[in-house]
Design a protein around this ligand. Structure first.
Ligand code: HEM
Length: 400
């Protein structure tokens, strides 16, 4: 679908074939992101990963993030932290103000802003008050990030760190060691820190929420997933990551939930860097391309009874979300594919396994599973409009 919104041509991709052409055949052409004023002002223009245009500094930063910060080795390294936080419910100290700030930044990033559609009218952001609003938010964010980084530096100077290391420590260590071929600036560190929250935390929480909601709607799936967890971890006090790989049915449930409710239903937008032909249509340079992964995941051409929540559809299927099956791309594909996929799947699975192991779940009084409201809300990550209110009943077969 081709649209012209303001001065900017937009193309919406809603088929697996076109998605493959954009994210595989012509991946290099579509590896850039369009420029958005909010992203430029809030993510230290060009110092970040999610919204930066494709180019040398992007490639270097991505390599550091993939290899050193979000890769398999680091996911293993942070395993004790995940287990401690998920299993013991011991969340790291995160200022409410910081989370509220991340929420407001996500909100401004999600919207279609008139000034982004008329880039030649440079005065628009100023006269609409949008620029002033972004400046205020940026000042607030800057002071919070400075506080967080100073705290980390002080702790490190006092010899702290060790088991308490987190993502900011990892980035500061990389900067101090100079071990990478790209010197990380303070702006890089701040931008990546905020983006991990914008791109990583809300998306993972959204995936957990939708999966619980779908299981509450279908008691058969809930029981089956719960029996599996309780059998694999029988006799254990906690669900840790040691046997997570044995939870095969839970894998299917998570896949099915990501198919029906991808937390980023339109991924993050891409921009063509040159004129190119996709499925017989000519796409000019500088076209904003939106891949509708939500629609592709519900397309009857690829999925039987596409709107039905049926995890077993993945049981004898090789279809996965790793970016090779273009009918199922909740993490995107190609050069801009989500580098946090391993983190996300570890956190989502561990959290769900704990919720299923320790508690039986009931809907609040008077609510009937069939009528559970599954309306979607608006945001960078598309969650449920109504909060999921459930009653946990402690499972008393867990040894103390
Ligand atoms: C269920 C959870 C998650 C989902 C569904 C998800 C999905 C996505 C998608 C669809 C994209 C855009 C891909 C594209 O343009 O092709 C993306 C990008 C990104 N994600 Fe994730 N994500 C999740 C969790 C995470 C986590 C936990 C992190 C970090 C810890 C993370 C970091 C990023 C970053 C940095 C990018 C930008 C990559 C780039 O532009 O090069 N994500 N994610």
């Amino acid at each position: 679908m081709h649209l012209r919104l303001g001065e900017v041509p937009h193309v919406v991709v809603s088929s697996s074939r076109a998605a493959r052409e954009v994210m595989k055949t012509h991946d290099a052409v579509f590896a850039s992101r369009p420029s958005l004023l909010a992203a430029e002002m809030m993510t230290y223009a060009g110092s970040d990963l999610v919204f930066t245009r494709y180019g040398e500094s992007y490639k270097r930063l991505r390599k550091i993030c993939v290899v050193e910060v979000l890769g398999a080795g680091r996911v293993r390294y942070f395993r004790p932290v995940r287990e401690e936080e998920t299993v013991l419910g011991k969340a790291r100290e995160l200022d409410d103000g910081f989370l509220r700030m991340v929420e407001s930044v996500s909100e401004v990033m999600a919207g279609f802003k008139v000034s982004d559609l008329f880039p030649s009218l440079k005065f628009l952001p100023a006269v609409t008050g949008y620029k002033a609003q972004l400046r205020r938010m940026r000042r607030e964010m800057e002071s919070m990030l400075d506080g967080i980084i100073d705290e980390h530096k002080e702790r490190r100077a006092e010899g702290g760190g060790g088991n308490e290391e987190d993502l900011v420590d990892v980035l500061l260590n990389l900067q101090a060691s100079g071990s990478t071929d790209f010197s990380l600036t303070m702006d890089n560190i701040k931008a990546v820190t905020v983006e991990v929250f914008i791109a990583g935390v809300e998306t993972s929480a959204t995936a957990i929420d939708w999966t619980m909601a779908e299981m509450m709607k279908d008691e058969r799936v809930l029981r089956k997933a719960q029996e599996e967890v309780r059998q694999v971890y029988r006799g254990k006090t906690n669900v840790d990551e040691s046997s997570l790989h044995e939870l095969k049915y839970l894998d299917l449930v998570i896949k099915e939930s990501l198919r029906l409710h991808p937390p980023l239903p339109l991924l993050f937008p891409r921009e063509s860097q040159a004129k190119v032909e996709v499925c017989g249509y000519e796409i000019p340079a500088k076209t904003k391309v939106i891949v509708n992964c939500w629609a592709i995941g519900r397309d009857p051409q690829y999925w039987i009874e596409p709107t039905k929540f049926y995890p077993e559809r993945f049981a004898d299927s090789t279809i996965d979300y790793k970016g090779n099956n273009f009918e199922f791309i909740p993490f995107g594909a190609g050069r801009r594919m989500c580098p946090g996929m391993l983190y996300a799947t570890a956190v989502v699975k561990l959290t769900l396994a704990n919720l299923l192991y320790h508690f039986d779940w009931k809907l609040v009084d008077g609510m009937d599973a069939e009528n559970l409201d599954m309306t979607e809300a608006f945001g960078v990550a598309v969650g449920r409009k109504c909060s999921l209110c459930l009653i946990p009943i402690a499972y008393d077969d867990v040894p103390i």
